[in-house]
Design a protein around this ligand. Structure first.
Ligand code: NAD
Length: 325
C-alpha cells in the first residue's frame, strides 16, 4: 500500500456538522438544505439485506446521505420500511444512535434500482450482497466500469480474501474489505482488510469514515484467511470442542467458563491488557508464565472434524436450551 489518491471521504465530522447546522428551525428548512445538497457526496449500499440495512442506519445516524440499491425491488422497499420501524423503536427505547430524530435520519436514506444512477456522487460504496465469490466479482466488475477514480469500493464480506475479490479490477487501488460484526448497529468493530495493491490513503480514509460513524475499526496490514475476529474465535471454538471430545468438560460447563469467567474479562479488555494486569506488566507475566503457556499450547490436539458424536452431544445441549426458552 502507498501513496495518496485524493480526498475520498469528507474530513471527520464534516457531513455530520453540515447536517447539524442545517437542521435549524424547521423541518422544511432541513429537507431543503440537505436532500438537495449533492456536493457532499453519498454512501452507496449495494444489497439491502441484514447487513446493508444496518450500514444504512449507521451512516444515516452520522448525517451521511445513503442510497440503497438492490436487484430485488421488494428487498429495498421492505428495507426502507424495516429501517423506519427500527429507528422508531430505537428512539422509544433510548438506543437511537446519533443526534438526529428518526424522521431526519429517514430523510437521508433513498432507494434506487438503477446502479449507474446510484453510483453517481458516491464517495464510498459498501457492498452487502450474498457471500458468493462469483456474484461479488460480477458486481465489482460492473461497479468498476461505473465508478470514478475517487470513490472507495468496500466489501462487507465475512471471509473472502481481497485478492480473490478485487484482483484484475481497474480501480483495485480503491478497493478494501470493511467487515462488520452482526448485530452491526450494536457491535462497533469493523475489520479493514487491504488488497495487496490497496492505496494507503484508501485504508486511512475508510478508517476515518468508520470512526466518524462511531464504529471501532482495526487495520490489518495484510490479508489473512479468516481475518482476525474469526481466527481468534475459531481458536476458542477449536479448543472448546477438543475439551468436550476428550471428556474433560461438559458442553454446558465449557459455555460457563466463558460466560462466568473468561468472557467477562474479555468484554472489557483484550488479551494483552489482561496479561499486563495479571502480573507486574507484560514482561513480568512472560517471565512467570511463558514456560507454562508453551507447555499447555503444545498439548493442544488436532483440528476437530466438527461432526459425529461430539457434534451430537453439543447439539443436544443447544436443543434443550432452545426448548426451555
Ligand atoms: P442477505 O442475504 O441478508 O442480503 C443480501 C442482499 O443482496 C439481498 O437483499 C439480495 O436481494 C441482494 N442482492 C443479491 N444480488 C445482488 C446484486 N447483484 N446486486 C445488488 N443486490 C443484490 O445477506 P447479508 O446477511 O446482509 O450478508 C451480506 C454480506 O455481508 C455477505 O458477504 C456476508 O458474508 C457479510 N456479513 C454478514 C454478516 C451477518 O451476520 N449476516 C455479518 C458480517 C458480514
Amino acid at each position: 500500500m502507498g501513496g495518496h489518491v485524493g480526498s475520498l471521504v469528507p474530513p471527520r465530522g464534516r457531513a455530520s456538522e453540515a447536517l447539524r447546522r442545517s437542521c435549524g428551525s424547521s423541518r422544511l428548512h432541513f429537507r431543503a438544505a440537505n436532500m438537495s445538497d449533492s456536493k457532499r457526496g453519498s454512501i452507496l449500499i449495494v444489497g439491502s439485506g441484514i447487513v446493508g440495512r444496518s450500514w444504512a442506519m449507521l451512516f444515516a445516524s452520522a448525517g451521511y446521505r445513503v442510497v440503497l440499491y438492490d436487484t430485488v425491488q421488494q428487498q429495498v422497499t421492505s428495507a426502507i420500511e424495516n429501517i423506519r420501524q427500527q429507528l422508531t423503536e430505537l428512539e422509544r427505547t433510548g438506543r437511537l444512535r446519533g443526534t438526529f430524530k428518526p424522521e431526519e435520519q429517514m430523510m437521508l436514506i433513498t432507494a434506487s434500482n438503477d446502479l449507474a444512477q446510484a453510483v453517481e456522487g458516491a464517495i464510498h460504496i459498501q457492498e452487502c450482497i450474498p457471500e458468493n465469490l462469483e456474484l461479488k466479482r460480477k458486481v465489482f466488475h460492473d461497479l468498476d466500469k461505473l465508478m470514478n477514480d475517487n470513490v472507495i469500493l468496500s466489501s462487507s464480506t465475512s471471509c473472502l480474501l481481497p485478492s480473490k475479490l478485487f484482483t484484475g479490477l481497474k480501480h483495485v487501488k480503491q478497493c478494501i474489505v470493511a467487515h462488520p460484526v452482526n448485530p452491526t448497529y450494536y457491535v462497533p468493530l469493523v475489520e479493514l482488510v487491504p488488497h495487496p495493491e490497496t492505496h494507503s490513503a484508501v485504508m486511512e480514509q475508510t478508517y476515518a469514515l468508520m470512526k466518524d460513524i462511531g464504529q471501532s475499526p482495526v487495520k490489518l496490514n495484510k490479508e489473512i484467511d479468516g481475518f482476525v475476529l474469526n481466527r481468534i474465535q475459531y481458536a476458542i471454538i477449536g479448543e472448546s470442542w477438543r475439551l468436550v471430545h476428550d471428556g474433560v468438560l461438559s458442553p454446558e460447563d465449557v459455555d460457563l467458563v466463558m460466560s462466568a469467567g473468561l468472557g467477562m474479562r474479555y468484554a472489557f479488555m483484550g488479551p494483552f491488557e489482561t496479561i499486563h494486569l495479571n502480573a507486574e506488566g507484560l514482561k513480568s507475566y512472560c517471565e512467570r508464565y511463558a514456560v507454562g503457556m508453551k507447555r499447555v499450547l503444545s498439548s493442544f490436539g488436532p483440528v476437530p472434524e466438527f461432526s459425529g458424536e461430539v457434534m451430537e452431544k453439543i447439539n443436544a445441549v443447544g436443543s434443550v436450551s432452545e426448548n426451555s426458552t
